[in-house]
Design a protein around this ligand. Sequence first.
Ligand SMILES: [Zn+2]
Length: 67
Amino acid sequence: MKFDLQLFAVPARRTSKTAKRARRTHLKKDAPTTVTCKNCGAAIAPHRACSKCGQYKGKEVIKKEEN
Ligand SMILES: [Zn+2]
């Protein structure tokens, strides 16, 4: 016996709120990846200069005001 399954586009109003919400429970946004700055210890984006102290790979690449 041949199983003939055809999938159609379903109109939006035929999909219940619950079914739509249940499907979207798997849609999640990941937390952004951070690394620790070796100079000041702040959480920063990888391969970027630190926005707190302006250092990248041990060199000051952005001039920051000193207290
Ligand atoms: Zn830093």
